[in-house]
Every structure is written in C-alpha cells, then in structure tokens.
Ligand binder design. Structure first.
Ligand code: FAD
Length: 286
C-alpha cells in the first residue's frame, strides 16, 4: 500500500520512526523494539538509513521487510543518495522490490567530511526522479519548518521543496520541532507556494538531555523558553525528564491535531516505553 493513500480519510495519520542497530550489533537486537511498537498499530513505521549508507550492505530493508511481512504494518524505508551512485541505488531498489517494500523516504543525506560524495545525485529531487523511473514506489520526502541548514532562506528552501514534490514526492515529513507556531508558519508558506502534498509533523519526545542537545546541534531546531525551562528543571532527574518530555510531546500533538495536521510522525528513538505512553494519550484524538 502506498502511504499517500492513508491521507484524506478523515483521520490523522500516525507513524513512528526507528533506526537500525549499530553495524557491530546483530539485527536481532531490534526485534523486541519492533514487537512492542507494532502492537501499537501505527499507520506505518519508517526505518532510517545510515548517513552515507551502503546500498549493498545495510539493515534498513531487512527491518522494513520484517515490519511489513511479519507484523502486517506498512513500512517505509529511508534511502539516501549522497554516498551512492546509480548502480548502488538500483541494487537497493531491487532489494526493496524483492522484500515487498512499497514506500521510500527519498533523501539526499547529510554531507560530512568522512563520507565520500558520489556525483550521480546532487539533491533528493534527483533521487526521486530516478526512483520513479525504476519502480512503482510510494515516495515521501523531508521538509524543514525552520529552514534546512544549508539553504540561504526559507523562501529558497520552499522553492526547492516544490521542485522535489513536482518530481514525484507524494507526502512529506518534517524535521523535528518544539514550537508548533513555527510549523504553522511553514505550513502556510508551503500552501502559498502551491505544494499540495500532505505534511506529517515530526515530533521528538525528550528522553535525555544529551540526546536532545545532539539532535538540536545537528538540525538547528530552536528551543522555546517553555522547553528550556523543562530541561533545566529536570536535567538531574532522568525519570522526571522522561515524564516531562512525554507530556511536552503530547501537548504538541494535541495542539497539532486540533489544528487539523495531516499526520504525526514520532521519532521513536527505539524507545517503545515512550512511544506507548504517547500513543495511549492521543489514540482517541487521531
Ligand atoms: P534536499 O531536499 O536535497 O535538500 C538539501 C538542501 O539542498 C536544502 O538546503 C535544499 O534547499 C537544497 N536544494 C534542494 N534542491 C535544490 C536545487 N535543485 N537547487 C539548489 N538547492 C537545492 N539522513 C540520513 O542520513 N538518514 C536518514 O534515514 C534520514 N532520515 C531523515 C528523516 C526525516 C524526516 C528528515 C527531516 C531528515 C532525515 N535525514 C536522514 C537527514 C537528511 O538527510 C538531511 O537533512 C540532509 O541534509 C538533507 O536531505 P534532504 O533529502 O532534505 O535534501
């Protein structure tokens, strides 16, 4: 099933994102997480693809296949192109087809000094075009309410997003954000730009202070005063911080759903406890 077909049915699409275990850990180490997340019956689960991931050797498709074929939950495999050439991507697409994976989150990937950049795909939109030419996949893309870090302005970033959608992206997932007003401003600008694809809001519950600091440095999300105060008050009490983080995420989600958001995508951080708490709190609202 294509994920785009989940939208427009009068229900907020509810999804989770997980990441594969480290290369040094066996794939089985994530099976318990999958079991617990799939019981929550999200509309789909997406599986990240290591930055500069190798199309010939990664765990993303195997995990996505397990989600779909063992648990009957729709799966979305992330795929980055920055470190892959056309042949690499073709190998990966064939692997997805063999495993029955219908949905791809097409990404460029971050440019990092330790990842050799290959020249075939400059932007995610190039990957989107290539995927369309080489299979019948549902294609999603990433978007950035606070502007992608490399873009000169939000106007330029949204113009590039329009190009990406016009190439064949059917739905979008946002970078994490902690201030809903930034999402609403972005959504309005996207509508003005004529982008019609549904947009899933990416929500990351806080589970520990270090993790949030790392994510924020990587993606540049701004921290509202309310959020900073929460971190400061509970940073020395890990259990209280998890509870406060869950409450903050639920508060964001209730507001987003009340304002008619197309979908909620929880950055699950492979933490089923946190995701279950959030799901239990918002299930009847979707
Ligand atoms: P693009 O859409 O190509 O945009 C990158 C930059 O190029 C932007 O500044 C954009 O404005 C600009 N641009 C785009 N097109 C043009 C053009 N035609 N001309 C000029 N400029 C242009 N990374 C991973 O490694 N693995 C993952 O699994 C992963 N999952 C993610 C999931 C989500 C929901 C999100 C939001 C991000 C994820 N990322 C992941 C991070 C992502 O790879 C980085 O943010 C990356 O820097 C940009 O990827 P993109 O697909 O948005 O790139």
């Amino acid at each position: 099933m294509k994920i785009a077909s989940l939208y427009g049915r009068g229900k907020t699409v509810f999804s989770f994102e997980i990441f594969p275990p480290k290369p040094t850990s066996p794939i089985e180490s994530i099976y318990g997480v999958l079991e617990e997340l799939c019981v929550l019956k999200p509309d789909y689960i997406s599986v990240t693809y290591g930055a500069g991931g190798n199309a010939r050797d990664n765990k993303t498709s195997e995990i996505a296949s397990r989600i779909k074929n063992k648990y009957g939950i729709e799966a979305m495999a992330h795929l980055t192109c920055v470190g892959n050439d056309r042949d690499d991507i073709l190998v990966q697409l064939e692997d997805f087809k063999k495993k029955g994976i219908d949905n791809i989150l097409a990404l460029r990937g971050d440019i990092k000094p330790d990842i050799p950049v290959k020249e075939d795909f400059k932007y995610a939109s190039d990957l989107v075009t290539f995927i369309k030419e080489n299979g019948d996949f549902g294609i999603s893309g990433a978007c950035y309410p606070e502007c992608h870090l490399e873009a000169k302005s939000i106007v330029e970033d949204i113009a590039n997003l329009k190009t990406k959608v016009d190439c064949g992206v059917q739905s979008l997932i946002t970078q994490l954000f902690f201030d809903n007003s930034l999402f609403y401003d972005f959504y309005e600008k996207v509508q003005i730009a004529g982008i019609k694809a549904p947009i899933c809001a990416g929500i990351m519950p806080v589970t520990n202070k270090k993790q949030i600091e790392r994510m924020v440095t990587m993606c540049g999300a701004s921290l509202p005063q309310k959020f900073v105060k929460m971190l400061q008050r509970y940073e020395g009490r890990p259990e209280a911080l998890v509870d406060a983080g869950i409450a903050y995420a639920v508060d964001q989600i209730v507001d987003l759903i009340s304002n008619g958001v197309d979908g909620i995508h929880i950055y699950a951080m492979n933490n089923p406890y946190v995701v279950r708490k959030i799901s239990d709190s918002v299930r009847t609202l979707l």
